[in-house]
Design a protein around this ligand. Structure first.
Ligand code: SAH
Ligand code: SF4
Length: 352
């Protein structure tokens, strides 16, 4: 929903100002999925609004639910027919988190990421970004899912810092008490390491969590896995993070996808430990070790035991770390699995 569009539509339709508040409350608080559901509005006003300011910029194509019911993946269609994927996760009994996308595809091209394989189709508008959250609130209401959706992670398709302006606008909408009302501390943005934007983000959004997809603490290896490392190598990145840490009271999360025989050896742990120690005090740095989710790439996952052994090396050296649980692998809804699975499926449907 684009609230300023609703505002101008209401003006054009000659409706009084209090109608805006009614629409806002119905959509953001009560999760109305269409103007027809907003019974306090006169019928002709509902019809007029539907024409001038459509409630949603995305349309549901399909939702898949994992076998344990803790991960739901939606394929949403945009006005130009492009598809974006978003995931709703229930990491614990009463908490729901959504993982949202900011681009259709991604230009960074990390070698282990399904989204990266497809290249960039286009950026999303701020409305298309936040409508993913709105969609899940409507879905939870419709499906009778209990609990609140008040955690948002920008870890779907795309590189958030490549679309800084739309990202900033979407964050302001999510944090706006009159719209989503989600606390900054419940929002996380993940970047592949666009150094200038890391500093800017620290200034603009000091309370929002930042995750950096590191994956290797050695320049040659990182450039191979995350090609943007060529433009912003580790030294530049660590300076940006130090600056970020000086601007915010938050800690920084380092994401590390474990790839068998590539970045999971003892010497890789040593470089990672050295990188973390250089950044600052241990309580400000947390390493998330992520089990690699199968995609159409030649990489192999580190097995669980080796991941735990790697984690122990970090812990022994005083580096806080966890091995991240993966929800939604059976529906290709886990990290890095978004979209290629869909494209492949559509192709196989087409062949039939
Ligand atoms: N573009 C941003 C945010 C989206 S990716 C970024 O790269 O940070 C979200 C997270 O999923 C990143 O940490 C990314 O490295 C990780 N990821 C990508 N492909 C993956 C895969 N196949 N298995 C597990 N994690 C993956
Ligand atoms: Fe893009 Fe992130 Fe995937 Fe890399 S991991 S290709 S930056 S979405």
């Amino acid at each position: 929903m684009n609230l300023s569009l609703v505002e101008s539509a209401l003006k054009e339709l000659g409706a009084p100002r209090f109608r805006l508040d009614q629409v806002r409350r119905a959509v953001f608080t009560e999760a109305a999925a269409s103007y027809d559901e907003i019974k306090v509005l006169p019928e002709d006003l509902r019809r007029g609004l539907q024409k001038l300011a459509p409630l949603m910029s995305v349309k549901e194509r399909r939702v898949e639910v994992s076998s344990d019911g803790r991960a739901h993946k939606a394929l949403l269609e945009l006005f130009d027919g492009k598809i974006v994927e978003t995931v709703l996760l229930r990491p614990s009994a009463s908490r729901w988190t959504t993982c949202i996308s900011c681009q259709v595809g991604c230009a960074i091209g990390c070698t282990f990421c399904a989204t990266g394989l497809m290249g960039l189709a286009r950026n999303l508008t701020p409305e298309e970004i936040t409508d993913q959250v709105l969609f899940w609130r409507q879905y939870m209401k419709r499906e009778g899912l209990e609990g609140r959706l008040d955690n948002v992670v920008y870890m779907g398709m795309g590189e958030p810092f490549a679309v800084y302006e739309p990202l900033a606008e979407s964050l302001r909408a999510l944090m706006d008490q009159k719209r989503f009302g989600i606390g900054a501390r419940h929002i996380s943005v993940s970047t592949s390491g666009l150094a200038p934007q890391i500093e800017r983000f620290g200034k603009d959004f000091p309370q929002v969590n930042l995750a950096l997809s590191l994956h290797a603490a050695d320049d040659a290896l990182r450039t191979k896995l995350v090609p943007v490392n060529k433009a912003y190598p580790l030294k530049v990145l660590s300076n940006a993070i130090k600056k970020y840490l000086s601007l915010t009271p938050r800690k920084v999360f380092l994401e590390y996808v474990m790839l068998r025989g590539e970045n999971d050896r003892d010497e890789d742990a040593d470089s990672l430990i050295a990188f973390c120690k250089e950044l600052g005090p241990r309580e400000l740095i947390h390493v998330n070790l992520i089990v690699y989710n199968e995609t159409d790439t030649p990489h192999k996952a580190t097995n669980e035991d080796s991941a735990r052994a790697f984690q122990q090396l970090l812990i022994k050296a005083g580096v806080h770390s966890t091995v991240r649980q993966n929800l939604g692998r059976d529906i290709q809804g886990a990290c890095g699995q978004l979209i290629v699975a869909e494209t492949a499926r559509e192709k196989s449907h087409a062949r039939k």
